[in-house]
Ligand binder design. Structure first.
Ligand SMILES: [Zn+2]
Length: 323
């Protein structure tokens, strides 16, 4: 059963928004473009593994693809979380080619392609962090102590795995996608006791979806980008990087002279992806460069957003993000 499908991961939407809002000559652009391409390539090849997981395990587990949690201090992006009466299983997927070294002595992970070596954050450390988070979430919400296990899947037939000082306990949890079915059975067979009732599973599903919060506004901190570096304004859908002007109840582009009636939608989306999931009239006016509070209010009211508070203190927020 599928608890949550994979849509375009939020991180990708956020990086796209960030590139729309960063000036052309900003020094972080290259780095962010690279990160975006890597994630887009990963997203495209994840479909195969999603199908494999659903086909092999869909009858036994409730499957959640792409969950994002935050405990206020850190964020946790989990590729796949599967829950059953016996087990909660995190499946972390890496779509990387070349020689991939898991260096457990130094908690390092690096990729060698040709004679180029590049380091990445260590998937073992990453997945163990997620494991700790899920354990804590279960305990805090008084669930019976169901084991939380993990599997790291390298989803690229050309990759070669190299282990340095990796314990057998960790090694048996790392595999390539063609041996996924064997590894997953080994893990399943080591957790046979029914611990979560059907009611527990329903409650846990609701909790996971409720806590699935988008990783917005942490991205600027992560890349050390100042809010003042970002371009404001409603961007022209045709020539981007140029703020549009409100004219005749539409948006007018001073550069390509075109009108748009809905260019503010993308601007609002960028705001929710980069700054946070609520906006006030004043914030929207400043961001979209609108002079009139009435115009700004009319636009916000037309956007099918939820509102709380009254008058000047009113905030608007989308029901879900991505919106
Ligand atoms: Zn234009």
């Amino acid at each position: 059963m599928i608890g949550k499908i994979r849509s375009i991961p939020l991180k990708i939407l956020i990086l796209r928004a960030l590139l729309r809002r960063l000036p052309k000559n900003h020094p972080k652009r290259i780095h962010i473009s690279e990160e975006l391409s890597r994630r887009e390539a990963g997203y495209n090849s994840e479909e195969y593994l999603d199908t494999l997981i659903e086909h092999l395990l869909g009858s036994k587990f409730i499957i959640f693809h792409d969950l994002n949690f935050s405990d206020g201090k850190s964020t946790y992006q989990i590729d796949n979380l599967l829950i059953s009466p016996q087990l909660a299983l995190i499946i972390e997927v890496k779509n990387m080619t070349g020689e991939l070294t898991f260096d457990s002595i130094n908690d390092q992970f690096y990729q060698k392609v040709g004679d180029k070596i590049k380091g990445y954050s260590d998937p073992v450390t990453q997945v163990q962090r997620h494991q700790t988070y899920i354990n804590k979430l279960l305990a805090e919400n008084n669930f019976p102590p169901v084991p939380v296990d993990y599997l790291i899947v390298i989803n690229n037939t050309n990759a070669v795995l190299v282990f340095q000082g990796t314990s057998s306990e960790v090694r048996k949890r790392i595999c390539k996608s063609h041996s996924f079915h064997k590894k997953v059975h080994l893990i399943e067979n080591s957790h046979l006791e029914n611990i979560l009732s059907k009611k527990n599973l329903r409650k846990l599903s609701r909790l996971l979806l409720k806590n699935n919060t988008p990783p917005t506004n942490s991205i600027l901190k992560q890349y050390e980008i100042k809010v003042s570096d970002l371009l404001t304004g409603v961007l022209c859908p045709l020539c981007i990087h140029k703020p549009m002007i409100r004219k005749k109840k539409k948006w007018f582009c001073p550069s390509c002279k075109e009108y748009s009636s809905d260019a503010h939608i993308l601007a609002l989306m960028d705001y929710f992806l980069l700054f946070g999931t609520t906006i006030t009239n004043q914030q929207f006016r400043k961001f979209a460069q609108i002079d009139s509070p009435d115009t700004s209010r009319r636009i916000l009211l037309s956007m099918n957003l939820k509102g709380t508070g009254t008058y000047k203190g009113r905030t608007y927020h989308p029901e879900t993000v991505p919106w």
